[in-house]
Design a protein around this ligand. Structure first.
Ligand SMILES: C[S@@+](CC[C@H](N)C(=O)[O-])C[C@H]1O[C@@H](n2cnc3c(N)ncnc32)[C@H](O)[C@@H]1O
Length: 359
């Protein structure tokens, strides 16, 4: 049905809307009562979900109402909330994700909204503030986790390569000391913060004119470029073709046959020979040493293109140690780290093998 004009007056529409909202609030409390009283068990359902599905034809709205009821009850039970005002059902629905994480934060957000907007709080305003608060909670949790799980830095040297078991953000590298950072950070939305930190790290660790070359997935390439551009100058994007196509992990409808390799610099890089090739066909895939391992041949080509023998190459996401190995072979100094002890073990094993072969 397509409605062309209002048959209700403004007053009637307002009254009706307020009645609907009041009914929704009543529903919240009734659902809460049914839930806490075990209505599903009393009626012979195996689970609360089955009860919702059968009695209300789909559970998601019923769960939303239940969540809203919990929010309203939490606000009512808290005496310091401004004027003890309670959210309506739509506002309570937006507050519910915060209640699931932390009741105190939810009550604070509601009190803040009341102070700032009084009676003009819209569901959208609640959603925005709740979203920002959830982001902050997640960032704080991540930082706590990192601080708790960070092992003390262990430092090892094989054949001159300096290998450290640590987070790259705690590497004590003198400013302006690296000729090249060549690396392969983890891909995926959850790791985008690492790219921002990598950009910052590279902007101080690289010599003026030094270059960062990093493999990236396609899925979050725009965010990756933005994160690095905040600290370095964009130079180029090269492509490394795969001999075998592979399913893209984050975009399963693509049979992926290449990966981007982004090239950034700290200031203007020296112009030098040999020139970098903009398209390569990958050789061996290196997965026998680390589940994400890249081909050694790619690493050697990059290192020889961007550094002279004796130059310092850094890989802050070492994985199975492909960059370290390529540096040993091509006579460059190397420093790399990884947070994963198993990756450090694999790297040390490969370097020892390479050192013995070279003797
Ligand atoms: C894609 S893998 C690198 C694979 C490597 N190119 C190779 O050929 O074996 C990414 C690595 O980064 C490491 N990593 C993730 N976060 C890190 C951090 N904050 N600091 C150092 N290493 C980190 C992971 O443990 C993983 O081994």
């Amino acid at each position: 049905m397509h409605i062309e004009r209002a048959t209700l007056s403004q007053g009637e529409a307002r009254r009706l809307t307020d009645d609907i909202k009041a009914q929704a609030e009543r529903l919240c409390f009734m659902l809460l009562e049914a839930y806490e009283g075990g209505a599903h068990l009393a009626l012979g359902y195996s689970s609360w979900g089955a009860y919702f599905e059968e009695e209300f034809g789909g559970g998601s709205r019923a769960y939303q109402l239940l969540d809203s009821g919990r929010v309203v009850r939490a606000v009512e039970g808290h005496s310091t909330i401004v004027e003890r005002s309670r959210p309506n059902e739509a506002q309570a629905r937006e507050l519910a994700p915060l209640l699931r994480r932390d009741e105190k934060e939810m009550l604070e957000v509601w009190a803040e909204l009341r102070v700032e907007y009084g009676d003009t709080i819209t569901a959208n305003r609640v959603r925005n503030l709740v979203g920002r608060r959830l982001d902050r909670i997640r960032r704080e949790e991540d930082a706590r986790l990192r601080a708790d799980t960070q092992p003390p830095t262990q430092r090892m040297t094989v054949g001159g390569a300096d290998i450290r078991h640590c987070d790259f953000r705690s590497l004590d590298l003198p400013d302006g000391s690296a000729d090249l950072i060549f690396t392969d950070p983890p891909y995926g939305a959850a790791h985008l913060d690492l790219w921002r930190d990598l950009g910052e790290f590279a902007a101080s660790a690289l010599k003026p004119g030094g270059v960062l070359v990093a493999f990236s997935g396609q899925r979050h390439l725009p965010e990756v470029l933005d994160a690095l551009r905040g600290h370095l100058d964009y130079l180029w994007m090269a492509a490394v073709g795969h001999r075998r196509g592979s399913r893209d992990l984050w975009s399963p409808r693509v049979q992926n046959r290449w990966k981007p390799m982004v090239v950034f610099a700290r200031g203007r890089p020296e112009s030098r020979e040999p020139l970098m090739d903009g398209f390569w066909l990958g050789d061996r895939d290196g997965k026998e040493h680390h589940v994400w391992g890249q081909a050694e041949i790619e690493a050697e080509r990059i290192i020889e293109t961007f550094t002279d023998p004796g130059g310092l190459v850094v890989d802050p996401f070492l994985g199975g140690g492909t960059t370290a190995l390529a540096c040993l072979r091509s006579g460059r100094r190397f420093l790399g780290c990884d947070v994963d002890g198993a990756a450090i073990g694999a790297t040390l094993g490969r370097l020892e093998l390479q050192k013995n072969e070279a003797v």
